[in-house]
Design a protein around this ligand. Structure first.
Ligand code: PEP
Length: 250
């Protein structure tokens, strides 16, 4: 039985009291929830304060990226050890905005993934096709390639990874994949994971859906057999909508 995981990707939003107030409000809203893992992923500059706000609660802390080297001359980058020292448990890797704007590739995703696992962080690896790729009939090829290459060569550690299927055309657009469309791709990802390991490992891996998930569509998406949670952008910036999505997963 896979526990559902709802993670809020705050992207480049919120500072200071706005960030900690949001965490405090989420904590109040989800205090009684134990069937769903709740995660917030603020920007790097807010991680320490967020860790203090999350301490002792059922709200876990995540980051939005990690570099593959442990230290050195990599201006602007953050290592897995730094995230760990800041109190981080999860880290998003290979978000489509990183792929689209910052040159992220399946190969760099794989390097970041290995660094995160080595430091004991739980990676949330994002995969998903663009509209152009879907319209050209290439969705399956793209998602399978991203899954196989991004998650290559990690052996038994595969069981520790969370995957987020995020069709790029649904991110921040208000256009959500239908539950049937999302389920089809989640099942494809799980079959791919089974080929990479075995059925038992693949059946234990949490696969989140991301892309304009909102309180009014969360329940139907989360009730699909292979959808094990959500990676939430816009709706994660308000405690009420984020908590409503969490509760839809209970
Ligand atoms: C995301 O960026 O991971 C995301 C799913 O965003 P939104 O919910 O705003 O579509």
């Amino acid at each position: 039985m896979r526990k559902k995981i709802i993670a809020g990707n705050w992207k480049m939003n919120l500072t200071g009291a706005a960030a900690t107030d949001l965490i405090e409000a989420i904590k109040r809203e989800v205090a009684d929830v134990d069937k769903v893992e709740v995660v917030v992923c603020p920007p790097f500059t807010e991680l320490k304060a967020a860790a203090a706000a999350c301490a002792g609660s059922n709200v876990m802390l995540g980051a939005q990226n990690v570099h593959w080297e442990s230290a050195g001359a990599f201006t602007g980058e953050i290592s897995a050890a730094m995230l760990q020292a800041a109190g981080v448990k999860y880290v998003i890797i290979g978000h489509s905005e990183r792929r689209q704007y910052f040159g992220e590739t399946d190969e760099t995703v794989n390097k970041r993934l290995k660094a995160a696992l080595a430091a004991g962080l739980i990676p949330i690896v994002c995969v998903g096709e663009t509209l152009e790729e879907r319209d050209a009939g290439r969705m399956e090829d793209v998602v399978v390639r991203q899954t196989k290459t991004g998650l290559a060569d990690i052996g038994a550690e595969l069981s520790k990874v969370v995957i987020a299927y995020e069709p790029v055309w649904a991110i921040g657009t208000g256009r959500t994949a239908t539950p049937a469309q999302a389920q089809e791709v989640h099942a494809l990802i799980r079959r791919t994971l089974a080929e990479m390991s075995d059925g038992d490992v693949a059946n234990g891996i949490q696969i989140q859906y991301g892309g304009s998930m909102k309180p009014d569509n969360a329940k139907e998406l989360l009730s699909q057999p292979d959808i094990d949670g959500g990676l939430i952008g816009g709706a994660a910036l308000k405690a009420e909508s984020f908590a409503a999505i969490v509760k839809a997963g209970v």
